[in-house]
Write a protein of this length. Sequence first.
Length: 112
Amino acid sequence: MKRTNAERKVTTSKRARQAGLKRIVRRHVTKPGEVTLSDCKVRVTMYLDADVLEYFKQRAAQRHAAPYQTQINSELRNVMERKDNGSRYSSLVEDEGFIAAVAERLRGRRAS
């Protein structure tokens, strides 16, 4: 991102000034393609169960922990990017160690 010209004169209309408003200079200007959706933060208002919020706040209170909002965002990204689209077991099917353990257990049942 590049900085805009700080010397640029920014004016506020008389009506807006009377309402207590003023214009602010944009600090950065981006070009299309410079920023991806994963690089942009968006403010949202949402309701969470109190125990869920408390859980993340307790995690955030630990030494060297990320802020609770960052942790919630990370968990949501994990859900979004999961290859299995919500299936609890698809990662196990790809786990060679798990498959070998199941095969061994099945062999043991056949021998009994």
